[in-house]
Each structure stands twice: as structure tokens, then as C-alpha cells.
Design a protein around this ligand. Structure first.
Ligand code: PLP
Length: 388
């Protein structure tokens, strides 16, 4: 996709909401906790449908609602709800939609805290199974009480891709809902609702916000499902996105296509370069997979983001530490998707068995390829690799 094509995807045109100054190009920040009504009758009417009326900012707020409309349009959904973080969105889906006795099937290397939340939900009678192999036969893991299949694709540790059409066909045939964490691909590079997924989840903290200055999350899907997410998952758990945060995410959204084009260009150069290095045993990124999975990748993704991982040969904690400490452009820290390149690793001095059990290399290092020049990024990686 070219920037021009991507640009047309962004619908963040002039503000058209209530109370905006005509002609304002940026949406106003409605920094208010509540909205008064002219009559009691109007108050009662609006409060009865709080998901579509501005009553209280723990429910809806015009600045946040503007962002929700943009995200729904981009993901081809009928409705969206924003949250104060990606985990807020994930918590709203799992905590809001599931009930005691339900079973959830998690597919691929799902984000750690999501699985931690699933373990926490066991005490409320919600069971779960984790299938880390993206190509596993899922049918044998479904149960009579499976209520949700939750997938991350591409994953965000090994970036492996799951066949979403096959997964949704299987789940739909059994009347099971599906949800995807689409954070890696952003709403630009993958449209899971068009592939049959019921709910799309994003951590807006990453590429959509794009500047490492805000945390946010979103859930997108049908109006009916989003009403459920709103009343049970958002209103009751209260992981609210503020108007100020929504305005920062809206600003990020406007430059998303331009930024993603650069993240992609830099990441592809980094992938190709790392694949040529003797000290690197493997590179994980959908673009790095020229094998049988490639047709699947191309059929689901229209572009590539900048999060990838590599395996340092003969990986030990000491090797990983030496490599990470030598980097300068890639700074050490959690999260990803902002301007700055980042490096992190799940490897610790004492967790080799745990990593192997999770199918992860003991030399695994994750890079978020930022927007600095690719030449500087490659030099940085070369210098650190040369020390190994
Ligand atoms: N999903 C993925 C894939 C993530 O990497 C993260 C955070 O790192 C989250 C969800 C959670 O998002 P947040 O940190 O905004 O709560």
C-alpha cells in the first residue's frame, strides 16, 4: 500500500461533533466529567441509552467518541469503545463477556498479562486452554463450553501468523465468538473483522498513539457486541480513556500511515541485515518467513510493522546482556510502536526451562524498530553483534 492509499483510510477530518467551533481542524478536548440536560425528561431518556448519549465521562465523552468513530471506520466495524489501556480493553472483553462455567481457547503466543488475567479468572469459574502453536488443529481443543477463541496474530514475541479465516470458520460453525489482539498489524495492515473475527482489540499505546506519551486501548466490532462490552466491560470495570488521552491518540492516528510506512521500511532492512549475520541464529518477523506460511501472510497482512525478534546463537543470559547493553540507538525498555527504537528480552539468569517450555529461545531478543534512520539502526546492531 502506498501512503496515499493508506491516507485515504484515515478519516480524521475536521471535527464534526457537537459544540465544536465550525472549521476547527482538531477535535476539542471535552475536559468534563458530566453533561447536564435541559429537562428531567431528556435526562431520563438519554441515561436509558448511555452508550450513545453524553451523560457521564466514565461512559462516553465527545472527544473519545470521535476517536471511537475513526477506529470503527478503519477496522470496518459498526462500533468501537476506547479504554485507558490495552489491558483495560482486554479485561473488558474477558471480564465483561464471559461467565462462570465458560471456557476460553487462547491461540498463539498471547501477551503475558492477558494469560495472567485468564489465570486470575479461574477463581471465578472461567476455564482456559493455551495453544501456542499457530498451526495447531484447534478443533481438538474446543469444548462444549468454549465461549471464546482469543488469538494474537501476528504474535508479539515470535510474530507468527495464524490462519484467521480457518479459525473463524471453525468457531462460527460452533457458535463460538472470536477476538483478536490486532496491535502488531495496526488497523491499517490487517482488517480481522473482514476475515470473520467478531471483536478486534488494540493497545493504542503502541503504533496508533505512536509517541510513547499515552496509554490506551480499544475494542471494535458489531454494534450489538459493543453494547455488551460497553455496559458490562467498560461501565462496570471503569478503565476509562480520558478526553486528553483521546486527543493525543487522535493526533497519533493522523500520522499513522506515514509513520507505518517508515517503520516498515526500516524494519525490512533490519530483518534482511540480521538474516545475513552469523551471530544471529534466527529472525522472527512475518516478512522473514519465505516458506509455506508466506501465502497466508500475504493474504492477511497488507503491510509489516516494526516489531521483530532475533535469536542470538548459543544464547545465554550473559550473551543477551552483553548484546543489549552494547546497543545505543535501541534503548532498553518495555512497550513498542513509538518513535524511538527499543530493545527488550524475556531471557533471565534463571528462566531457561520456563522459556523452553513456552517454545522460546534462551537467546531471544525483541526489537521495536523505530523511526530513526535505518543506517543508524544497522550500525548500532552491527556494533553490538561484533562484541559477541
Ligand atoms: N497487547 C499486546 C500485544 C501488547 O504488547 C500489550 C502491551 O505491551 C498489550 C496488549 C497491553 O496494552 P497496554 O500496555 O496498553 O495495556
Amino acid at each position: 500500500m502506498t501512503v496515499g492509499e493508506l491516507d485515504r483510510e484515515i478519516c480524521a477530518g475536521p471535527w464534526v461533533g457537537p459544540g465544536g467551533e465550525p472549521g476547527a481542524v482538531a477535535p476539542p478536548v471535552f475536559q468534563t466529567s458530566l453533561f447536564t440536560k435541559p429537562t428531567f425528561g431528556e435526562f431520563v431518556r438519554q441515561q436509558a441509552a448511555e452508550h450513545e448519549n453524553f451523560v457521564y465521562s466514565r461512559g462516553t465523552n465527545p472527544t473519545v467518541a470521535f476517536l471511537e468513530r475513526q477506529l470503527a471506520l478503519l477496522e470496518r466495524g459498526e462500533a468501537a469503545k476506547c479504554f485507558g489501556s490495552g489491558m483495560g480493553a482486554i479485561g473488558a472483553v474477558l471480564g465483561g463477556l464471559l461467565r462462570s462455567g465458560d471456557h476460553v481457547l487462547f491461540v498463539n503466543n498471547v501477551y503475558g498479562p492477558t494469560l495472567e488475567l485468564a489465570r486470575h479468572l479461574e477463581r471465578f469459574g472461567v476455564e482456559h486452554t493455551v495453544v501456542t502453536d499457530p498451526h495447531a488443529d484447534l478443533e481438538e481443543h474446543l469444548r462444549d463450553n468454549t465461549a471464546l477463541v482469543y488469538v494474537e496474530s501476528p504474535g508479539t514475541m515470535l510474530m507468527r501468523v495464524v490462519d484467521l479465516r480457518a479459525l473463524t470458520a471453525l468457531a462460527r460453525g460452533r457458535g463460538i465468538r472470536t477476538a483478536i489482539d490486532n496491535t502488531w498489524a495496526t488497523p491499517l495492515f490487517q482488517k480481522p473483522l473482514e476475515l470473520g473475527v467478531d471483536l478486534v482489540i488494540h493497545s493504542l499505546t503502541k503504533y496508533v498513539g505512536g509517541h510513547s506519551d499515552v496509554t490506551g486501548g480499544a475494542v471494535i466490532g458489531s454494534a450489538e457486541l459493543l453494547r455488551e462490552v460497553f455496559y458490562r466491560g467498560h461501565q462496570l470495570f471503569g478503565a476509562v480513556m480520558s478526553a486528553m488521552e483521546a486527543s493525543l491518540v487522535l493526533r497519533g492516528l493522523r500520522t499513522l500511515p506515514v509513520r507505518m510506512e517508515r517503520h516498515q521500511a526500516n524494519a525490512l532492512r533490519v530483518v534482511e541485515h540480521l538474516q545475513r549475520q552469523d551471530a544471529v541464529a534466527a529472525v522472527h518477523h512475518p516478512y522473514a518467513d519465505p516458506g509455506p506460511g508466506d501465502a497466508l501472510v500475504r493474504s492477511q497482512l497488507t503491510g509489516f510493522s516494526g516489531l521483530l525478534s532475533l535469536e542470538l546463537g548459543g544464547g545465554t543470559f550473559a550473551t543477551v546482556e552483553r548484546f543489549v547493553d552494547a546497543l545505543r540507538v535501541f534503548r532498553i525498555g518495555v512497550s513498542w510502536g513509538g518513535y524511538e527504537s527499543l530493545v527488550s528480552s524475556p531471557v533471565r539468569a534463571d528462566n531457561a526451562d520456563r522459556l523452553r517450555a513456552d517454545g522460546l529461545s534462551t537467546g531471544l531478543v525483541r526489537l521495536s524498530v523505530g523511526l530513526e534512520g535505518a543506517d543508524a539502526q544497522l550500525d548500532d546492531l552491527d556494533r553490538a553483534l561484533a562484541l559477541l
